[in-house]
Design a protein around this ligand. Structure first.
Ligand code: SAM
Length: 103
């Protein structure tokens, strides 16, 4: 997916500023304009508690998937409706950055 303004390419720089230069290694990370949630997901992986926000419903979906979820979804309600589709194929490539490209 192409998303104008996605910050995936800046994540190492942002981490350097927040963690190395500012010395903030834990606490709450607030992403007010989350977009693809790539920045919030990155800092979640580094142990920060996340507050994220965006006015777009598309972003809400990313935030639910990458921030609110703390474990692989079971797809318990949809799986029985999918016939031959394996559960593994539903959850493959669930990396936070899968199909999120930068501009
Ligand atoms: C440049 S994008 C954010 C990119 C994000 N950091 C990423 O890596 O995907 C800016 C985001 O700000 C959101 N936005 C703009 N104005 C807003 C507002 N007033 N309240 C909440 N979100 C807003 C847009 O919906 C958009 O998703």
């Amino acid at each position: 997916m192409r998303y104008i303004g996605c910050k995936s390419n800046l994540l190492s720089h942002l981490e350097k500023v927040v963690i190395d230069q500012l010395g903030i290694k834990k606490g709450t990370f607030c992403d007010l304009f989350a977009g693809t949630a790539s920045v919030a997901a990155h800092f979640k992986q580094r142990g920060f508690r996340i507050i994220s926000n965006d006015l777009l419903e598309l972003s809400y979906v990313f935030q639910r998937a990458l921030i609110a979820n703390n474990e692989e979804p079971a797809f318990a309600r949809i799986a029985p409706t999918l016939g031959d589709v394996s559960r593994e194929s539903l959850s493959s490539n669930l990396s936070p950055y899968h199909n999120v490209s930068s501009t």
